[in-house]
Design a protein around this ligand. Structure first.
Ligand SMILES: Cc1ncc(COP(=O)(O)O)c(C=O)c1O
Length: 475
């Protein structure tokens, strides 16, 4: 089944013409159609409609070819030694660090790139080492990813109070003024950490980067969770100067998986106190003296051996994105998501009942190409999101369902109250599976469907998805 297999040529052409006149900026992104044909031909050859870029990006074919021939023409040894193969690896690791900083316009004298396994591990590095105390404060947003929510457990252990900024339905944005009033109530000289996503992986909402300035004016350190933002938006770190920025590279360009980074301001890094040491993080450690000295800079935060054979592929991925142009990717994703939002909100059953309810902004302002929603029947009952996924699978459409590791956004979007959730947690002995939780919150949907766009998305993908959605329409 091809990406347009459910559409006849004329219908697709008509829709495309309408789309182009509604979003004239799309014309500037047409070179991406060639990129799709040359670098992502496997999508159409295998008939995939890929709509899960927020879950994981796709790699360009040239990234893999170049990495293969590089590996075949090089001998790499474990870094941190002066032998020739080790020196080669060391050189490549440092080159990759510089490339990452350059990509995000983070000046090398002010920032370092610390390699981690993914964005979650980057967040954990901050959480376990931030100087939380009973006097400090942690501020999170309701739509943080669970890997950011988890920081509250490190805070709790040290007696730090955590406060959450609520998101307000239906747009699922944070009310203007909420952030300043929350920060003003926590004045004083103590350590204060604000953690927020530049883009919500649930609703696609893009929170203002200006919040970094606002937080700094009030003495807060900022973790800008950029994992869902950077695959389709340019992040200029020198402009915003956040203390800590976690990213996962597979979300940006598909390969390699298993490598992320914590991009940290050098002065902010000095604030962190690691709770342990490991191979690679120390200059000296002694068993008899029961002492150790940590490396300064990134090495002090990189536990064990780096994924040195794959690291050069990160450079190739960044080169690929630069060659295509982040602005071009951004424009394409923005045009396609605007069209999808319009089409989805216009879908109706025969009795006039809406077919789709979007969770998050239904227009295209200050949002990325991630759209969360549920499908409804003519009586206004939600169709189980798992059923939507099951049917999408038969169309070879890859979308995602559930709460996307973002429980706060899910609770707000689906109208699940604190009392309902607390009751479920109280009923459970020690653990509860997601299915048991679904039964506990009966009558309510415990999840949503999410589609998301990226570098290889084209109009045919969007049109095929809308065609699929129309199969839920009852006349
Ligand atoms: C906003 C955000 N933060 C953090 C993460 C965690 O990323 P990873 O699973 O790659 O560690 C994700 C993953 O989807 C995300 O979207």
């Amino acid at each position: 089944m091809s990406g347009t297999g459910h559409l006849d040529g004329n219908s697709l052409r008509d829709q495309y013409a309408g789309f182009l006149s509604a979003c004239p900026d799309y014309a500037a992104t047409l070179p991406l159609d060639t990129v799709r044909a040359t670098e992502f031909s496997r999508l159409d050859r295998l008939g995939h409609v890929y709509l899960d870029y927020t879950g994981g990006g796709l790699y360009a074919e040239s990234q893999i070819r170049d990495q293969m021939s590089f590996l075949l023409g090089t001998v790499l040894g474990n870094p941190h030694s002066s032998n020739p193969t080790s020196s080669t690896s060391d050189e490549l690791v440092e080159r990759c660090r510089s490339r990452i900083l350059r990509f995000f316009n983070a000046p090398e004298n002010e920032y370092v790139a610390i390699f981690t396994g993914n964005a979650s591990q980057a967040l954990k590095l901050v959480g376990e080492a931030y100087p939380f105390s009973p006097d400090s404060h942690l501020l999170l947003t309701f739509d943080n990813h669970n890997s950011a929510n988890g920081l509250r457990e490190y805070a709790r252990e040290k007696g730090t109070t955590t406060c959450y900024l609520p998101i307000v339905p239906p747009d699922l944005r944070i009310a203007e003024g909420a952030i300043t009033s929350c920060m003003c109530q926590r004045d004083g000289d103590h350590d204060k950490l604000f953690v927020y996503p530049a883009q919500s992986n649930f609703s696609g909402v893009q929170h203002p980067l200006e919040w970094v300035d606002l937080a700094h004016e009030r003495g807060w350190d900022v973790v800008l969770d950029a994992a869902a933002f950077v695959p389709t938006n340019r992040l200029d770190i020198a402009r915003w100067r956040p203390e800590y920025v976690p990213v996962s590279f597979y979300k940006m360009f598909g390969y390699p998986t298993g490598i992320g980074a914590l991009i940290a301001r050098r002065d902010a890094l000095e604030k962190l106190r690691r709770p342990w040491f490991a191979g690679g993080t120390i200059t000296v450690a002694s068993v008899q003296a029961d002492q150790y000295f940590l490396h300064t800079g990134p090495a002090g935060f990189e536990d064990g051996t780096l994924n040195y054979a794959c690291l050069p592929a990160v450079e190739r991925g960044l080169d690929f994105l630069d060659s295509v142009g982040m602005e071009t990717i951004h424009t394409r994703v923005s045009c396609l998501s605007g069209w999808l939002l319009d089409e989805m909100t216009g879908l109706e059953h025969g009795n006039g009942a809406p077919l789709v309810r979007i969770y998050g902004p239904a227009d295209n302002g200050c949002r990325g190409g991630t759209i969360a929603f549920n499908v409804y029947d003519p009586a206004g009952e939600a169709v189980d999101h798992l059923e939507v996924e099951r049917r999408a699978n038969t169309w070879n459409i890859s979308l995602r369902t559930g709460c996307f590791c973002n429980p706060g956004a899910g609770e707000m979007a689906l109208g699940i109250t604190k009392d309902e959730i607390v009751t479920c947690f109280t009923q459970a002995d020690s653990r509860m599976t997601f299915n048991e939780f679904r039964q506990c919150i009966d009558e309510k949907s415990t999840g949503a469907v999410r589609i998301s766009l990226g570098v290889a998305s084209n109009f045919a993908d969007a049109a095929a998805f809308i065609q699929f959605m129309k199969t839920f329409r009852e006349t």
